[in-house]
Design a protein around this ligand. Structure first.
Ligand code: F6P
Length: 474
């Protein structure tokens, strides 16, 4: 389907991380980046963001890389500014607030200023690259004020924003001293998108509580002389393509090694970046509780937790690396046998193909974040299953994915005993029930693919149509 962009207009995507083409031409981009690239290729487009480098001397002009119909433009960030912008405000103030973790909020004026300054620098570098008919799509919490900075520089283009993480209720969001400035920043967009209706509702409530304008009809909001839209656009995956990858992965060497090492035990799998929002600590407690209260499963299951390290310069993340490693060690020390390690905890990144194969091999997928915008691991786990003998997804009721995947076993990840009981139930679940639940979830995934998300957002942004509420949330 053709995108209804202006006749001579391109799509301009902005994100902190940019999937630059590899030197050998191969791309390691995930599903979301692939979908955005496809949208960019349709009419030619620009992908703008951080180069991945921090430097002591900043060049003001971005580095330009041409790759077929896509132009990549990336900017280095000064080392000190990066510490304030990314390691500081974005990941020590915005991230905890958006994940309902007031206890982890760090308030630091210089970090706040650094965040707004970097946004200004990015806007100044981007503005000269824009044409009057370009449609601009800004992604995620690193760049909330970017549209306001572009407007200040005279940009009149259509600008959309999509938040990939949750948005909390106003009592939590307003604990951030920069809250008012951020809210004002949001109102410079033409469309603000979230994964779920709940997040979009929280955001609307924030605007109302601040007396920032008023709702006008379906999904529209008026602030001063400017009208913009707010909508929920749940991101999906290409379920059939992922299923195909999982089938092909049976021959993958990592998958083979894993299978050989299982010795007929059943696999329980968790895959998450090392992040406190993912509930890994609570999950290990629940698994330990499951083993203690279900001795018949001793030496009959293996729990593989794949957890690449993440944001290691952020103190809360560094602390967590030690805590989880210690906790997994304790659990193995206390529960293990000479011939059985109950938890295999690894801090490596595992390739897309091998992961798909491991999901397919697993009888249980544990996706139990304390709070998550969507969570694509949940969706990929479902898509990877063998339809004749599918595994069971245990999913947190605090993940955005639960609105579509409510045929999973839904759990409260803070409730150790109930989550432990759900693991036992998943392992004992009859084949017919497993198939039934899987079919319901797979149908949902097929009905909302990654291209639907991309197209749905761009349709509303470019046509001014009202966002359609996601069906599963009414
Ligand atoms: O989920 C939000 C997000 O920013 C993703 O876009 C990104 O893949 C992930 O977190 C990892 O974050 P970072 O860029 O900080 O490594």
């Amino acid at each position: 389907m053709e995108r209804p962009l202006g006749a001579s207009g391109r799509l301009v995507v902005i994100s902190n991380r940019v999937p630059l083409p590899a030197k050998d031409g191969n791309s390691s981009a995930g599903g979301l980046a692939v979908a955005l690239e496809a949208a960019l290729k349709q009419h030619g487009g620009l992908w703008f963001g951080w180069s991945g480098r921090t430097v002591d001397q900043v060049e003001n002009a971005p580095q330009i890389i041409e790759a077929g119909k896509i132009t990549f433009a990336v900017l280095d960030v000064h080392r000190k500014d990066f510490d304030l912008f990314y390691t500081g405000f974005a990941n020590r103030a915005l991230w905890p607030i958006c994940h309902y973790r007031l206890d982890l909020l760090q308030v630091d004026r210089s970090q706040t200023e650094g965040y707004f300054r970097v946004n200004r620098t990015f806007a100044e570098a981007l503005a000269p690259l824009l044409g009057p008919d370009d449609t601009i799509w800004i992604h995620d919490y690193h760049f909330i004020p970017l549209a306001a900075e572009l407007r200040r520089l005279g940009c009149r283009n259509r600008i959309g924003f999509f938040l990939h993480i949750p948005w909390p209720p106003s009592d939590i969001a307003s604990a951030l001293p920069a809250y008012g400035r951020l809210q004002n920043g949001f109102t410079a967009y033409d469309l603000v998108g979230f994964h779920t209706k709940q997040d979009a509702d929280n955001f609307r409530q924030c605007l109302l509580r601040e007396n920032l304008g008023f709702p006008v009809g379906d999904g529209e909001y008026q602030v001063g002389g400017h009208r913009f839209r707010i909508g929920a656009f749940p991101v999906g995956i290409d379920a059939d393509a992922f299923a195909e990858t999982a089938r092909a992965a049976e021959r993958n060497p990592t998958v083979r090694r894993m299978r050989e090492s299982m010795e007929k035990r059943r696999l329980i799998i968790g895959v998450d970046r090392l992040d406190y929002s993912k509930g890994i600590k609570e999950r290990i407690e629940s698994y330990s509780c499951f083993i203690r209260s279900n001795p018949q499963f001793r030496n009959k299951v293996v729990y593989l937790q794949v957890t690449p390290k993440s944001r290691s310069d952020v103190p809360e993340y560094k602390r967590m690396q030690h805590q989880i490693a210690e906790q997994a060690g304790w659990a193995n020390g206390n529960l293990g046998e000479v011939d059985w390690t109950p938890i295999r905890y690894i801090n490596k990144t595992i390739g897309h193909m091998a992961l798909a194969g491991l999901y397919r091999m697993a009888r249980v997928g544990l996706v139990t974040p304390l709070r998550d915008g969507m969570n694509l691991v949940a969706k990929e786990f479902v898509a990877a299953q063998d339809e004749n003998d599918p595994g069971v997804l245990i999913l947190s009721r605090f993940a955005g994915a639960m609105h579509e995947l409510d045929a999973a076993l839904l759990v409260n990840p803070y409730d150790t005993e109930t989550t432990a009981a759900a693991i036992a139930r998943a392992l004992e679940m009859p084949l017919e029930e497993r198939r039934e639940r899987w079919r319901t979830m797979m149908d949902r995934l097929r009905g909302n693919g990654i291209d639907d998300w991309c197209q749905g957002f761009l349709d509303v942004l470019t046509s001014g149509k009202s966002p359609v509420p996601p069906p599963q949330e009414g």
